[in-house]
Every structure is written in C-alpha cells, then in structure tokens.
Design a protein around this ligand. Sequence first.
Ligand SMILES: [Zn+2]
Ligand SMILES: [Zn+2]
Length: 282
Amino acid sequence: MLLTASHAADVARYSPRHLAFVVPLVALHLSCLFVFVVGASPLAVSVFVGTTVVQVFGITAGFHRLLAHHSYRTSRFFQCVMALLGVLAGQNGPLWWVAHHRHHHAHADREGDTHSPRAGFFWSHMGWLFSERSIPLRDDLVRDLARLPEMLLLERYYYVVTLGYAGLLYVIGGWQLVVWGSVLSTVFTYHAIWSANSVCHRFGTRRFPTNDDSRNNFLVALVTLGDGWHHNHHFSPYSARHGFRWWEIDINYAVLRCLAAIGVVWDLRLPPERVTRAAAAS
Ligand SMILES: [Zn+2]
Ligand SMILES: [Zn+2]
C-alpha cells in the first residue's frame, strides 16, 4: 500500500495534548476486566446484547444512513430518536460523527482522508482518535444538522446520555449491569463500528471500480447490522440498502423496510437497477 505524504504526516501527529481523549478510552477498555469481578447472569448478558444492538443500530441506521447520508426520510421526532440512540454509543455527538464521516467519503484513501489504513491499520481503526485529526469539527460539512437545536443539544451534552444510561443500569442491577450493559457493550460497539474504517478498507471483496480501497466484509456486516458492505456503500453512498445480493445480510435495511411499512420512515433511497444488476452478476 502506498503511504502518501499526508498519511505519514497524520501518524506523526499523535500528541500528548489528546490525553483527555486517550485516558477515558483506555480506562473504558481496562474496565472490561471488571467482568471477572462482577460475574455474569442471564439478565446481564441480555442487557449486553440488547444495548449493543441498539447502540450499533443508532450509529449505523441513525448517525450513518440517516444523518450522514439522508438515505431515507422520517419525521423530525423520529430523527431525534435515532440520533439519541446513536449518542448512546458514546462516539461523540452527531455533528462530530457526521462531519468526520462525510469528510471520509470525500477523500477516501486519498490525500486528506482522516482514517485510511494506508497510514497503518491501527491508525485507521482507532489511532486517529488520539491525534489532532480527531479534533476539528468541519462546520461546513454539517450545516444541515447545525440548524436543528435538538442536534446541537445532543452534540453538546452527548455524554449525559451515556452516563445517565450507566446510572440507570446501576439503579436497576448494580455494577454487574453497568459492566455488561454500559462498558462491555460500548467497547464492543466501538470496535464493530471502527472496523468499517479499518477492516473494510483492507480485507474483503470488491466489485465496482471505486476510487478507494473499500471492501465488502461479511463478518463486519454481521456485527454492524449491514454496514460491512462498505464497498457497495462507497459506490452508492446514498443508498439505504448496503447489501446488494440476497446473501449480503443487511439487518438495518430489513428493519428500515419494516419501519417504512408502518409509516415511521419513508422514501428509502436505492441505487439504480443497473447497479444491483451488476452486483447480481458479479
Ligand atoms: Zn470508508
Ligand atoms: Zn458512509
């Protein structure tokens, strides 16, 4: 892989000034070890699975397909609900997330891409978060969201949602539920979502002549509810459907179709038929 000058410069930007970001992230990972102290129970495992699914759905169907790409439409109320579910995953506020993601699509694996694996696998997975590249919020990339007061509120106080949820779990089931339903689920969701930036730009299959290194990856698709069909997505970013073949499991799209059937969402955008036909032939 060619490491461009800007990618090399990115890696050189690991900075102690970002300890405020590094310390909580490392502490959260180490906190996973508390699972050996609190033990397991059917309730704790159920809360882990349920919370993880909601967090991943909030990021991939909410932050990603709805807020970043407008791949379907919904009411302002339900848009706020989806943003709230995304915020629960503890990946900063919706404006930060969407701005970085739109920037990625505009520069994928080329000069300026914030998290290309061309600068190293660890860099693309999570290293960039410890650098100056994670800090700037490109206001010009999220003007559509910045005019909505509810999005600004979630942007500013996103951590209240994650900490509030952890507090609720503590009241219901003590530290065991906090560890399973807040710590473990959030760390799992982090790595699932980050894998789209790292694994899906390095390992998997391609079928379209996209100007990037994006890949379709079955395993990442499973843990991200469909966003692992990342190569399809880079080719057709506005599509609400990421899995183009019947076996390309895309749970998000299935859920969105159910929500469309009951009128909660509508105008699911799809790629032209020639695109899905080309995918079917590949
Ligand atoms: Zn990508
Ligand atoms: Zn995208």
